[in-house]
Design a protein around this ligand. Structure first.
Ligand code: ADP
Ligand code: MG
Length: 713
């Protein structure tokens, strides 16, 4: 079949339906064929409501008392009702799918498939998928695909649609991947078979087989895109920044400590890259507290010494301010002029003029720095701190902006930019060398597992700091139930306050939203601060959260740094980067509600000085602590925890926002290293021959979505 054909080739799909489908992102047959079932159901295994047990259940019944409840917080909607059969009734809930309510008829019998468990103080079945009983029962096979609904198109609707597409398979779908030296599970015709079996399987094994091929295809496309991006990147020109040994030595001597071996290696790799005219595209990974900032400082010094400008971007104003303060301190003796540009900065216009004139060497800021009227005179190095906080698309925008906001570079888009480079290459006239991209350094404390590094970040070089500065004692972590705080927590906190140490006290919420049952019983910054004033009356307590003005946040943070405050009750705004070595204790309330990576990052706020530090994970309720919290208790190693996280939650959850929002990997299991290696080998081969992209039209079209995503420069 011609999979680029318009949807009207499907029998029964007219212009109106086609248009509605197009609005949902289905422009042609291919879009539909690649809309895979989100699960499959074996309807013969249904349960009577009277016999229901926690876990995954299939119920056959009717629905009643459906209503939508709105909460104030972020416009949250809860759709709740009751599913009943001859044996009993059970509560059912959907979150943020208000349209659900319209899909039901009280007289009709449905199959409901979903998770039944204890949530927010009662048992319920949460967000089940729904199918019409009449339709399920007219089929012989009990094994059937479930599609995610899209707007008013229900799973059942999609199933009917696919029945009509089924007949089009009489002429096969052509292969996508050039089949030279592919692994054995990718034979001629596998694609056609896989697309058929994913939608019309007779048994579970067929689905597995189809997924193997389709997963391979996805990963292959992703890696191919990043390979091609890498090639494009090599064609760009950056300003070569030569290395100055004397200056580097002097700078290192001025520091109050010696670099760790890992810091030295990372710095060396970066400083080598900077000397080249191919733009650096490097990720610096190092656990919280491993000392990435100083490595960045070395790179900044090298650039500024060559008369170039440097931009340093941080995800929060607090962190940007802190960087400005630190880097000014250590770099100003070396004649680096540093300024801070955040939302709250006064006299922005004047500052931007100075940036344009090249009077400022190092400009540090949040994305407020990247408005259209910020133009650099001579930007040669761009550093993004805590880059995982920016999100893939956002990061991409930042970089495009940076590349384009350089003077004398009226370039419309990346393509023009690349073409111009190729022209420049041909002429190779050294004097009119045009620099078309800055060197780029991303820093992150969130380790990227190997599998992902090979796929989405395949076009990045990586440096790793896998060692902590000398003398760090590590952080002791303890899980304590709320009900034991009086005996186990308060005396410990008091002991540390008495010897002049400081405490972080973390809550998820700022204040209570009474109407939101999801957030009931959650500790809030405002309430906790009041409560702690009574428990620790001798000590100064401050609060910090995202709804405060930037200037207020700065002031509180400063008071904490200068020890005018003993306890800082805060939301996760302190999560990234903040450095107060005298703070030795961190208490995380409702710890069960935090992700592993986030809790580890929060814990990294302590253990930054020479003193022993502790982290208290406070749990709520009678359940034993989760596996996640126990792993945190056991290990301080961010790389280990990232692997654990991947195992506990699966790649779909860990990279959830990426997979759903941006990457949209539907099938591929990023934990399947073998498959990834196979796909990589093949992608490298295909990328090596530029003619391939002309020859395989569907492929070159298809990888465009990934190419935009993985590119960084
Ligand atoms: P992160 O990698 O989390 O960004 P920072 O760069 O903020 O870590 O460094 C954490 C702390 O460790 C800072 O106070 C910094 O001055 C200090 N530090 C960095 N490198 C060393 C070192 N080699 N020896 C001792 N202290 C160091
Ligand atoms: Mg940092």
């Amino acid at each position: 079949m011609d999979i680029s054909a318009k949807l009207e080739v499907i029998k029964g799909v007219g212009p109106k339906t086609a248009e509605a489908l197009e609005k949902r992102g289905f422009r042609n047959l291919k879009d539909l064929l690649y809309y895979f079932p989100r699960s499959y159901e074996d309807y013969q295994s249904q349960t009577n409501i009277a016999d229901i047990k926690p876990g995954r259940v299939i119920l056959r019944g009717k629905i009643r008392n459906l209503k939508n409840i709105h909460t104030r917080r972020r416009n949250f909607t809860i759709t709740q009702g009751e599913i009943y059969d001859e044996t009993g009734a059970v509560r059912v809930v959907w979150y943020n799918q208000p349209y659900r309510i319209k899909n039901f008829d009280e007289k009709t019998t449905y199959y409901f498939t979903g998770q039944y468990d204890f949530k927010y103080n009662r048992y319920q079945i949460t967000a089940p998928t729904v199918a019409l009983a009449a339709e399920i029962e007219q089929k012989v096979e009990g094994f059937q695909p479930i599609y995610s609904a899209k707007g008013s198109f229900s799973s059942a609707w999609f199933k009917k649609l696919f029945e009509k597409i089924r007949v089009l398979f009489t002429t096969p779908v052509p292969d996508l991947i050039p089949l030279t030296s592919a692994p054995t599970y990718i034979k001629k015709g596998t694609r056609n078979q896989a697309l058929f079996q994913i939608h019309f399987p007779k048994k579970p094994e067929e689905v597995e087989q189809a997924k193997k091929y389709l997963g391979y295809e996805e990963v292959f496309e992703l890696i191919l895109a990043s390979q091609l991006n890498r090639q494009e990147n090599q064609k760009l020109r950056a300003m070569p920044l030569s290395f100055n040994l004397d200056l580097t030595k002097q700078f290192l001597k001025s520091l109050p400590f010696e670099l760790t071996a890992a810091q030295k290696t990372a710095a060396w790799e970066i400083m080598q890259d900077l000397t080249k005219s191919i733009p650096m595209n490097r990720l610096l990974q190092g656990d919280v507290g491993s000392g990435k900032t100083i490595v960045a400082a070395l790179a900044i010094l090298q650039a500024v010494n060559q008369g170039a400008q440097v931009a340093l971007l941080a995800p929060t104003a607090i962190l940007a301010s802190q960087h400005a303060e630190n880097l000014t301190k250590i770099l100003s003796p070396f004649k680096v002029k540093t300024e801070l540009l955040i939302g709250a900065t006064k006299q922005k216009e004047q500052l931007k003029q100075q940036i344009k004139n090249g009077e400022i060497d190092l400009i540090i800021g949040t994305h407020a720095l990247l408005t259209d009227d910020t133009v650099f005179q001579n930007l040669a190095l761009c550093i993004i701190d805590e880059q995982h906080r920016f999100g893939v698309t956002q990061r991409q925008k930042l970089l495009e902006k940076i590349a384009l906001n350089q003077q004398n570079r009226p370039i419309d888009d990346k393509v023009a930019l690349n073409q111009q480079n190729r022209l420049a290459d041909n002429k190779a006239t050294k004097q009119n060398e045009k620099y078309t991209a800055p060197h780029f350094l991303a820093m992150t404390a969130t380790p990227i597992p190997r599998s992902l590094q090979l796929t989405i970040f395949g076009d990045l070089d990586v440096s790793i700091i896998n060692q902590m500065p000398k003398g760090r004692q590590g952080v002791q972590t303890k899980i304590i139930n709320e009900t034991n705080m009086r005996e186990m927590l308060y005396p410990e906190i008091t002991r540390h306050l008495e010897v002049g140490e400081q405490i972080y006290w973390i809550c998820r919420l700022i204040e209570q939203d009474q109407e939101d049952p999801l957030e009931k019983d959650q500790r809030t910054v405002k309430e906790e601060a009041k409560r702690l004033k009574k428990i620790f009356p001798k000590y100064k307590i401050g609060i910090l959260h995202g709804r405060m003005k930037a200037s207020e946040k700065d002031q509180v943070m400063n008071e904490f740094k200068t020890h005018q405050l003993d306890i800082l009750v805060s939301t996760t705004v302190v999560e990234v980067g903040v450095d107060v070595p005298n703070a030795t204790q961190i208490v995380i309330m409702n710890a069960d509600r935090f992700g592993l990576a986030q809790a580890h990052q929060l814990r990294g706020r302590v253990g930054r000085g020479q003193k022993a530090s502790q982290c208290f994970l406070i749990t709520t309720g009678d359940n034993p602590p989760s596996a996640r919290l126990r792993e945190l208790e056991k290990s301080n190693n961010g790389f280990y925890l990232a692997e654990v996280d991947l195992k506990l939650r699966g790649p779909g959850e860990v990279y959830g926002s990426m997979q759903h929002g941006e990457l949209n990997l539907q099938i591929a299991n990023l934990a399947d290293i073998e498959l990834i290696k196979d796909a990589r080998a093949q992608a490298v081969k295909v990328a090596a021959n530029p003619e391939n992209m002309l020859k395989y039209k569907e492929l070159s079209q298809s990888i465009k979505r990934y190419q935009q995503l993985t590119t960084l420069n």
